[in-house]
Design a protein around this ligand. Structure first.
Ligand code: MLT
Length: 264
């Protein structure tokens, strides 16, 4: 198995294709495996890399405390390891939180940003408390807690049972330790809303039109605050828009990347 050691933890990724690099950052509580369709859709013309964030999928957890910044540093270490100077970074939800940190740490290494079903604002005090309670529940009872508490909000009510089972499999393959660490890391994430105006790379903002966790109106407002950003709602999708509307997601992503290929 390919691996990279970062802060004592072995980190894992999957990659397909050759060409300008595209780095995919997954949502909570899934893993890089949620991007398998997108890797297939880009592999003819791009080097598409799906990273398992520390503590997810086949990546080991980092020493506590975890943070979105630490995950971003791990993603930058992966780019170093793969000799990728600059990548288009595609982050969905928690992946978007990590993408904001990557951009803040090393803007020159982010050739373009795709922010899907995500937000720049931090957790409210109530949300932080709820995260801590959920982290304890996951530590006590395992990842199944998240299938019960979160999965109903991750997909739209119309999502087919097979897709629910696929998402459940990805969730329950994760270790409780990594999930609890990420819940605490998301609870303490930074507020990037005031920094949106200084994002200078080409940016695409996507949101499932049935996303109730990061509603499209919020995503659209975020796009307006990023100079030159484009917003595209994805019909028929809930929060995990790439899984629920892969054709629309891939068409939007591919159109955006192809139009900017020369600069990537
Ligand atoms: C995600 O999809 O990554 C989560 O919904 C993010 C969050 O809970 O803030």
């Amino acid at each position: 198995m390919k691996s990279l050691s970062f802060d004592g933890a072995k980190l894992h990724w999957t990659e397909r294709g050759e060409g300008p690099a595209v780095l995919f950052l997954h949502a909570f509580p899934l893993s890089g495996a949620m991007w398998s369709k997108q890797l297939g859709a880009l592999k003819d013309a791009y080097r598409a890399v799906a990273f398992d964030a520390p503590g997810f999928g086949k990546s080991a957890a980092l020493p506590a405390p975890a943070s979105m910044k630490r995950y971003a540093e791990a993603a930058l270490a992966l780019l170093d390891h793969l000799s990728i100077e600059r990548a288009a970074v595609v982050g969905l939800s928690m992946g978007g939180y990590i993408a904001f940190e990557m951009h803040a740490l090393a803007p020159g290494r982010v050739g373009a940003l795709v922010l899907a079903d995500t937000r720049a604002t931090p957790d409210s005090p109530e949300a932080r408390k709820a995260r801590e309670a959920t982290a304890h529940a996951v530590e006590d009872d395992g990842p199944q807690v998240l299938v019960e508490r979160m999965l109903p909000n991750l997909l739209s009510p119309a999502a087919p049972p097979a897709l629910r089972r696929e998402a459940e499999k990805l969730i329950t393959e994760n270790a409780a330790e990594g999930l609890a660490a990420a819940l605490r890391a998301m609870a303490t994430r930074r507020d990037f809303s005031a920094a949106l105006g200084s994002i200078a790379c080409p940016t695409l903002v996507l949101a499932g039109d049935h996303d109730t966790l990061t509603p499209p109106a919020e995503a659209q407002a975020m796009a307006k605050a990023i100079p030159g950003a484009r917003f595209e709602p994805l019909p028929g999708a809930g929060h995990l828009s790439n899984l629920e509307s892969p054709k629309a997601f891939d068409a939007a992503l591919r159109g955006f990347l192809d139009a900017r290929r020369a600069g990537l």
